[in-house]
Design a protein. Structure first.
Length: 133
C-alpha cells in the first residue's frame, strides 16, 4: 500500500511539464474541489477557461479529469469546448509511470492537496536501462 500527497504547487509544476502546449494551465485546490484554469487561444487572442472538475480513477491506474462545469471568458461553455479540454488534459497521471505494477485505489481532494492511495508490488521493480560503455 502507498499514499502520496501532492501540493497545489507540485501539481502545477507537474501539469506544466506534462502539458507545455497549453498556455496558462494551472490547478487550484481551494477545498474539496479542483479547478482547472487555462488561457488557450490563437495568436494574440487568449481566452480564459475555468473548469470545476473531479478526479476519477480508470482501470485502477489512470487518474483522469472529469469536468463538471466549464466557463469560457466567464460564460458557460458548450459541450464542444468541454470535449476539447478533456481531450487535451483528460489524463492527469498513469500509475504505470511509477513502475512496480502500481495501481490506484482512491483519490482525495483537500485544501491545497491531492492524496493518491494505491498498491505497489515491490517484486516487480522497474527495469533500469544499462548503458553500453
Amino acid at each position: 500500500q502507498f499514499a502520496a500527497s501532492l501540493s497545489e504547487k507540485e501539481l502545477n509544476r507537474y501539469l506544466a511539464t506534462k502539458y507545455p502546449d497549453i498556455p496558462g494551465l494551472r490547478a487550484e485546490l481551494p477545498g474539496k474541489k479542483l479547478t482547472i484554469l487555462a488561457k488557450p487561444g490563437v495568436s494574440v487572442l487568449k481566452v480564459a477557461v475555468a473548469a470545476d472538475a473531479d478526479l476519477t480513477i480508470r482501470d485502477r491506474r489512470i487518474l483522469s479529469l472529469d469536468l463538471r462545469k466549464l466557463n469560457v471568458a466567464g460564460v458557460g461553455a458548450p459541450g464542444l469546448a468541454r470535449e476539447f479540454l478533456e481531450s487535451k488534459v483528460g489524463e492527469i497521471f498513469d500509475a504505470k509511470d511509477i513502475g512496480y505494477d502500481a495501481t490506484l485505489d482512491s483519490v482525495k481532494l483537500g485544501p491545497g492537496t491531492i492524496t493518491l492511495m494505491g498498491s505497489l508490488n515491490l517484486m516487480k521493480a522497474p527495469v533500469k536501462a544499462v548503458r553500453a560503455m
